[in-house]
Design a protein around this ligand. Structure first.
Ligand code: PLP
Length: 495
């Protein structure tokens, strides 16, 4: 057969490798399962020089072939991956995915590699968004969107807020940009996550436009202080762009008074955005659910399934009340090569229609199907499974606080609200500065020499060891071990 100018070998070689998917994945499985047992103390840091050298190689001129890739993945890459899913890991707000989420991500990588068009994965975006909203007390009418994480979820929510505020002045900021010389503000507590400031920067509003409102003793936004700010700013002709309520701060888990903020936002016709990236899943635990009252009145809500739900990282979501407004803020505009291909009429091919048009509601065009991961996890464990996990983790933080209170070598720095417990080792007679250095050293030693890896923060000016329990693999024994190890380390260092 005449194959024209196309060399036959290229064709044959590439298709042969793609058909080896099952066999190839089966070869990775033992390395992944071994990794997931998280045996011993993290070995990667000890072997760092070795694997860094192996992985820092020049661009190969000729390919080494699939077998080599599989061997290097299994022998060099996976064993030296990040062990943030290990049971003793309680740092920051991150963990590794559970199996159903991994399977969902794999399935979408292979079979749902674009969320657009008419297919099961596009459908599952909608199903998973609907399930998430129902789980989290977000009313059904809001437009949901899966995004890469909390950073983009907040960006999209605040992008909609920007559209709302300026359209009321007869300005379309998405189309024409921001008015020169204008003054505006976003109000958030001084404990708000830094991605909110970055979002303001990216949206052209300026990081400095995020006004840090004072907090109360429990580090919640002080509504009376916000009211005063709004009054002063009104007199100074400063446009109130949005109020951001933290639905669980990353430092201590404080939940701003969302219901009071919703009242104030309604009274002043200001957009209410809730950053629930970490804490919003707390609402499923009846013991803390009342803290989230008012979220149903928010104009936008950011949540992060890749945190407490343990979806694979790269899975955030945002919900925005006004779908049309969201579309005006983020539309891609019709493009010849996109919509131009699609003629209305009966569906004869899955490519005759883009399905739910998520690409008009955020900042990605091509995007993976992330809903399937959330669907897989919720299908597996259900709302009750999430409730049991969240309640268990919140109880771990309270258990740790009890252990801290019961030991006079430890000091509780913030009463747990959700699953974060901030505490420190202490010794009578040590200055604040020495206590800080001592606790930095303790955290450092735990990270390098033990199974327990908490992170740290500053609470009311004091340096705190800060575990955040969102990891499905963590047990009560890990919590008790953390308290014990902090004491042992502190004792050893002050002896
Ligand atoms: C994690 C977090 C973010 C940022 O989310 P990413 O998924 O890391 O981008 C924002 N706000 C809060 C409250 C968070 O906990």
């Amino acid at each position: 057969m005449n194959t024209g100018s196309l060399p036959r070998s290229v064709d044959v070689c590439e298709s042969a490798e793609t058909s080896r998917l099952g066999e190839t994945l089966a070869r990775l499985a033992p390395a992944l399962e071994h990794f997931n047992r998280f045996e011993g103390v993290d070995p990667a840091s000890r072997r760092r020089a070795e694997w860094m050298t192996l992985l820092d190689t020049p661009l190969p001129r000729d390919g080494a072939g699939l077998d080599t890739v599989m061997r290097e993945l299994a022998e060099v890459v996976i064993p030296n991956g990040v062990r943030n899913g290990a049971p003793g890991f309680s740092g920051w707000v991150t963990t590794a995915p559970t199996t159903s989420g991994v399977a969902g991500a794999l399935a979408s990588t292979v079979a749902g590699s674009q969320r657009a068009w008419i297919h099961a994965f596009n459908q599952l975006e909608g199903t998973a968004l609907r399930w998430l909203a129902e789980l989290l007390g977000i009313p059904p009418g809001l437009q949901g969107l899966f995004v890469g994480g909390g950073s983009v979820a907040n960006l999209v929510g605040l992008g909609a807020a920007r559209q709302h505020a300026f359209e009321r002045l007869g300005i379309d900021p998405a189309k024409n940009g921001l008015p020169p010389g204008g003054k505006w503000r976003i109000y958030a507590s001084s404990e708000v996550h830094h991605v909110v400031m970055r979002a303001a920067g990216v949206l052209g509003l300026g990081r400095a436009s995020v006004y840090p409102v004072a907090t109360d003793a429990a580090l919640r936004l002080d509504v009376a202080a916000l009211r005063r700010c709004l009054d002063e700013d009104r007199a100074a002709d400063i446009l109130p762009l949005a109020i951001v309520a933290s639905g669980g701060t990353v430092n201590t888990g404080a939940v701003d008074p969302i219901a009071e903020l919703a009242d104030l936002a309604a009274e002043r016709t200001v957009w209410l955005h809730v950053d629930g990236a970490y804490g919003m899943f707390g609402i499923v635990d009846e013991s803390v659910a009342p803290l989230f009252r008012g979220v149903e009145r928010a104009d936008s809500v950011a949540v992060d399934p890749h945190k407490w739900l343990a979806a694979p990282v790269g899975c955030g979501a945002v919900f925005v009340r006004d779908r049309a407004l969201l579309g005006r803020a983020f539309t891609l505009e019709p493009a010849e090569y996109l919509e131009g291909n699609v003629t209305p009429g009966p569906l004869e091919s899955p490519f005759d229609d883009f399905g739910a048009p998520y690409h008009h509601y955020g900042v990605d065009q091509s995007a993976p199907s992330r809903g399937v991961q959330v669907w897989a996890i919720l299908r597996e464990i259900g709302a009750n499974g999430v409730r049991a996990r969240v309640a268990r983790h919140n109880a771990y933080a309270r258990l740790l606080a009890d252990l801290v209170r019961a030991d006079d070598r430890l000091e509780l720095l913030a009463e747990p609200v959700l699953s974060i417990c901030c505490f420190r080792y202490r010794r009578a007679g040590l200055t604040e500065e020495t206590l800080k250095e001592l606790n930095i050293a303790i955290a450092r030693r735990l990270r390098s020499e033990s199974r327990c890896v908490p992170s740290t923060t500053i609470v009311h000016g004091r340096f705190a060891i800060r575990p955040c329990f969102i990891n499905p693999r963590t047990t009560r024994a890990d919590v008790e071990e953390l308290a014990r190890l902090v004491c042992e380390c502190g004792d050893a260092m002050t002896r």
